[in-house]
Design a protein around this ligand. Structure first.
Ligand SMILES: Cc1cc2nc3c(=O)[nH]c(=O)nc-3n(C[C@H](O)[C@H](O)[C@H](O)COP(=O)(O)OP(=O)(O)OC[C@H]3O[C@@H](n4cnc5c(N)ncnc54)[C@H](O)[C@@H]3O)c2cc1C
Length: 505
């Protein structure tokens, strides 16, 4: 191994060229840092995570400078989500534009082929001056006196190299081997699902104007996603409970056919389709154990973004949003600390508190979403009637996602208290089958308010992108907390007194 004198020297070393890694690398570079990005694959490889949110497209992409490239890629426009879920037998649709704060051209997103999307972000990082090295796998961290100050990696020729950096970012995804240096991964006891997924040619489309939406259909064994990736290609995945794993023992092919047969809306959409059996999309794949959170998202000299830190459940397409949003928050903290303008504890405390807050928004949302009286005879849905379930056995996880130690989030004395505050969310989200949704204005209003709350941070990121260099001054999210700088790339203290500033919400 080379000695320290011959080590590469950077301000920031990023591990992973997915959306989280490319975002933090580009934004740290735009803040003036010298940045190295290591990606173990020779070029962006296949990944799941194809349905994006408006915050990524209209918030993060403009900040990165990739909006034109995204437009040119002609991804499938997504106006929202369509669901066959809950007691209502009819599919229902939510549109991003139904949030009062997000009407207009920024209320859309895209369904993307991840190889193409990730390549746009990675090429842009290189164009902006990041030293992007493909085929280079990080192998460990270097540290001194309790502080991470670099990493080791195998370069594309298989030679071991050292790199010194003031900050190392772990954006290496769910299989990270580095994140344990910042804490421990805690798995959700409730969200213990398995996803079986593949690709189909010439599947049907939802009626206009919902043809580009993600379609999620609940059925007795769990739920399906159905994501149109082009006029002819569709990503189809079944999410089933861990207790249903024996279904897979007959082989993925048989299991997929059986699951599709059991879900009428998806079976109908695929009636004239054939499964893709060759190339990138040619195999059926399985993912499990993907709902977790790390006990800490940073340690001195090290910061975790994206799946390296946490992920929850794919039903609301939060993964790429959380990865890119955490990349933005981490870059602000790094840029500010590199300029020595604020102390590290404060900057990374702000990063972690905002990141956990966004994660717990989705966690709350998903708890409510799975609180659905789908089918009392179905073991899957009975097991997921979580407001009456032994979720309290997972106190540590709940405390974690509720933001204990996160600096300013509401702290809950117990899991029961946490859950009791959430009672009734299910009825807000799901209309009673006996009522006509179109005339049930009260439910619609409550639902719109809930979405607006959920999408609050998303909207903030979009507004930030639209304002560019002339951001309006913001109030801190947490008491005594920091706010983004005018350029959006750093943290700063609010100029008004703390008392006058108050809390944003
Ligand atoms: C079943 C399922 C469905 C999903 N559906 C959606 C969806 O519809 N929408 C959505 O937004 N999200 C979805 N997600 C989540 C999404 O896949 C992830 O949240 C997202 O890809 C995270 O981005 P990332 O940049 O953190 O990590 P990744 O995209 O995983 O990127 C990590 C990168 O690090 C590289 N790497 C790993 N180890 C090393 C190393 N040692 N050295 C160098 N490089 C390394 C990898 O090659 C990879 O390129 C889904 C997840 C699952 C499990």
């Amino acid at each position: 191994m080379p000695d320290h004198d011959s080590a590469l020297q950077y301000d920031v070393a990023v591990v992973g060229g997915g959306p989280g890694g490319s975002t933090v690398a580009t934004l740290a570079r735009l803040g003036g840092a010298r940045v190295l990005l290591l990606e173990k694959e020779a070029s962006p490889a296949y990944k799941i995570g194809e349905s994006l949110l408006p915050a990524t497209i209209h918030g993060i992409c403009p900040l990165l400078g990739v909006s034109d490239a995204i437009k040119k890629a002609k991804f499938v426009p997504k106006m929202g989500g369509t669901f066959r879920w809950g007691k209502s037998p009819e599919p229902w649709t939510f549109e991003f534009a139904s949030s009062a704060s997000m009407r207009g051209p920024t209320s859309t997103a895209f369904q993307v082929e991840r190889i193409k999307f990730d390549r746009i972000l990675l090429d842009n990082a290189r164009d902006k001056g990041v030293d992007v090295r493909l085929g280079c796998a990080a192998t460990g961290l270097l540290s001194d006196q309790g502080r991470v100050n670099g990493l080791t990696f195998l370069d594309s020729s298989g030679v071991s190299q050292n790199c010194r950096a003031r900050y190392v970012v772990d954006a290496s995804g769910h299989q990270t081997a580095l994140a344990k240096a910042a804490g421990e991964r805690i798995y959700s006891k409730f969200f213990q699902n398995i996803a079986l997924f593949g690709y189909y040619r010439n599947g049907g489309r939802l009626p206009k104007p919902n043809q580009g939406n993600i379609f999620c259909a609940a059925f007795e064994h769990g739920w399906f996603w159905y994501i149109p990736l082009s006029d002819t290609l569709t990503s189809v995945g079944a999410v089933i409970g861990k207790e249903q794993a024996p279904i897979l023992s007959s082989g993925y092919e048989t299991a997929m056919s059986e699951l599709i047969s059991a879900c009428a809306p998806v079976r109908d959409l695929l009636s004239g389709a054939e499964r893709v059996t060759e190339g990138t999309y040619g195999q059926l794949r399985v993912r499990k154990d993907y709902s977790y959170s790390h006990t800490r998202f940073w340690a001195p000299g090290l910061v975790l973004v994206g799946d390296a830190a946490c992920f929850i459940d794919p039903v609301f397409s939060s993964g790429v949003h959380l990865a890119t949003y955490s990349g933005l928050l981490a870059a602000r903290s790094i840029n500010t600390c590199l300029e020595n303008s604020l102390n590290e504890e404060e900057c990374f405390g702000e990063f972690e508190a905002r990141y956990r807050r966004e994660y717990s928004h989705f966690y709350d949302f998903l708890l409510a979403f799975y609180d659905v009286d789908e089918d009392v005879d179905s073991y899957y849905w009975q097991a997921r009637k979580i407001l009456n379930s032994p979720e309290s056995g997972n106190d540590a996880f709940i405390d974690l996602v509720a933001g204990v130690g996160g600096g300013g989030e509401r702290l809950y004395g117990s899991a029961e208290e946490y859950l009791s505050e959430r009672n009734g969310l299910g009825s807000v989200l799901f209309p009673d089958s006996s009522t006509d949704r179109s005339t049930n204005k009260k439910t619609e209003d409550k639902r719109a308010a809930f979405y607006t709350d959920l999408l609050g941070e998303i909207t903030q990121v979009q507004v930030q992108a639209m304002w560019g260099d002339v951001r309006p001054s913001e109030r801190p999210v947490f008491p005594g907390g920091l706010i983004p700088s005018q350029d959006g790339l750093h943290w700063t203290r609010p100029t008004v007194s703390k008392k006058a500033a108050g809390l944003r919400r």
